[in-house]
Ligand binder design. Structure first.
Ligand SMILES: CC(C)(COP(=O)(O)OP(=O)(O)OC[C@H]1O[C@@H](n2cnc3c(N)ncnc32)[C@H](O)[C@@H]1OP(=O)(O)O)[C@@H](O)C(=O)NCCC(=O)NCCS
Length: 162
């Protein structure tokens, strides 16, 4: 449970909730074809949610585990009505603890890079950096018009060679 009182947990697949939450944040997720992919991903990928007192999902994060040492936050969205209220923090903190317990060393996330002027994604990058992610590299993985910033968060202290 975070200071704000939100608790994140592993959950069942919640594709309908992802669809509902995506519709609250069109400035970030305005491409129907990408949204359809995220909704589809939500049927199969490891899912973490925050639910409100009535059990309604207000935040969803999908996680993939690439290698024993590295996991990735594949997708995250919080209902606009509770932005800034600690829901995203609760999910990142819970996932960080979970991957640390699995022996993971680095948690990765990708988002729109700073070379594309976008005040909304500037806030998203601020959120990840506040959560301990470090900008690693901006790449053209998503095409020249959509700079992809890779961020990583060390989740374990490692000795040399470990
Ligand atoms: C980014 C996001 C997941 C953060 O979750 P959240 O619950 O709003 O964030 P929290 O309340 O836990 O953390 C607050 C911090 O995040 C920052 N933040 C980032 N985006 C924000 C937003 N849209 N609204 C409010 N705060 C936001 C705040 O500035 C704050 O830091 P500060 O106290 O230094 O100002 C959420 O706002 C969201 O879903 N945004 C739209 C979709 C998105 O960006 N998804 C990720 C795409 S890669």
């Amino acid at each position: 449970m975070t200071e704000a009182g939100w608790m994140a947990q592993r959950d069942d697949a919640v594709p309908e909730d992802v669809e509902r939450l995506l519709a609250t944040v069109p400035e970030w997720f305005g491409r129907p074809e990408s949204n359809a992919e995220y909704i589809d991903d939500a049927r199969t990928m490891e899912t973490w949610t925050v639910r409100d007192d009535s059990g309604r999902v207000v935040g969803v994060t999908l996680v993939s585990h690439h290698f024993p040492q590295t996991s990735e936050i594949h997708f995250t969205v919080v209902d606009r009505s509770v932005h800034g209220g600690g829901v995203g923090t609760a999910m990142v903190e819970a996932i960080t603890e979970d991957v640390r317990a699995r022996g993971v060393k680095l948690l990765e996330v990708k988002t729109l890079g700073p070379s594309k002027e976008d005040p909304n994604y500037a806030r998203t990058r601020h959120f990840y950096e506040k959560m301990g992610f470090l900008p690693l590299e901006e790449t053209d993985l998503w095409g020249a018009d959509t700079p992809c910033l890779i961020l990583v968060k060390p989740v374990a202290n490692t000795a040399p060679g470990e």
